[in-house]
Design a protein around this ligand. Sequence first.
Ligand code: SF4
Length: 446
Amino acid sequence: MATKIPESPKVGMVSLGCPKNLVDSERILTKLRSDGYGLSPDYAGADVVLVNTCGFLDSAKEESLEAIGEAISENGRVIVTGCMGDEADKIRERFPNVLAITGAHQYEQVVSAVHEAAPATPSPFVDLVPEAGLKLTPRHYSYLKISEGCNHRCAFCIIPQLRGDLVSRRPDAILREAEKLVEAGTQELLVISQDTSAYGVDIRKQPRMWKGEEIVPHMTDLARELGKIAPWVRLHYVYPYPHVDQVIPLMAEGLILPYLDIPFQHASRNVLKAMKRPANEAKVLERLKAWREIAPDLTIRSTFVVGFPGETEEDFQYLLDWLDEAQLDRVGAFRFEPVEGAAANALPDPVPEEVKEARYARIMEKTAAISAAKLAAKVGREIDVIIDEVDEDGGANARSQADAPEIDGQVFLRDAGHLAQGQIVRVMVEEADEHDLYGAPVTLNR
Ligand code: SF4
């Protein structure tokens, strides 16, 4: 039976006031989109309506109150944010039923209020952000969505049906959002989209001005500018198109993290063809080698689907052998599952469940061994980590440049009680296991 995708809750937005307020609205909506929310153009289709108010003049306040009144009578489930949020009593006096009131620039609070009013239903089949990441991300890292939709038609995926073809955001809007996130405390930007390397193909001929210079909507140009804004920039969902070669030197220069999340999904030509994905696995191996020569610390994360219809033992063994060659640092695997509406559901030769299970166990064993060997090679080295959490016993959970939050490993630190969340510090790696590292901060007067 095909898995049904839960519908995502929809948010309506009424944005009043100046362009700054509009940018705030855009930022709130971007965050909500990356948290899995849909947008509603009208009151009727919205599960909750956000009114971003202006409180600059009395007339603007009156207009804001009227907008809140209209949203309450048309929809009923209303959250108020923006400048007038500072006058919560006035709003409550007139509209005691508003669900929540937050003030200007209180992005985290307003997003949190939406999560409470209309909880998102995470789905591993459509969400870019890992399920555990659907909780509000801490201040020191933020997901930055650069486009929506996808031009590919992978047989197991329903994203193009749900979200349409790729639509890229303007590069200047993305960079402005990145700057605001960094001003608000973000140290690490996680660039997400369905296909990050395709960024800009739809708006390539529309360069925009950024800091007095033209910026072309292209992944490399965007990555370079983002690298100037945030200490850590991590690229997710990159297809290995030839132009990805151009971002590797940015990693070698230290502008963006030497990390690529490339969902290869499989290596066997037959399976890739059935999946309707490009089948150039031999070329990919050559390119991985070339990339590692330029950026030796490059971490490559990927995901694979096992048990796709028609996958033979030979195909699967080819994948395992390919993994031996590719030596990917981080691998996630999924057993194929039909998703309602996906073309793959009609394919012949389904793989029996017990075979899928066995193959899943085999790929996990193989990739865990590769990961363990790669991590063991880091013992005795000094590396940079970002602090995620400091505990009461003087330890801290951190991540290295090789670890994206929620999906990769961690670096567990001792003697780290003096550190703070979001700090980037140098540590000595003392031990390693299959997925994580253990170490201690390097003291300056050692
Ligand atoms: S690249 Fe394929 S799997 Fe990814 S969103 Fe597009 S259609 Fe889906």
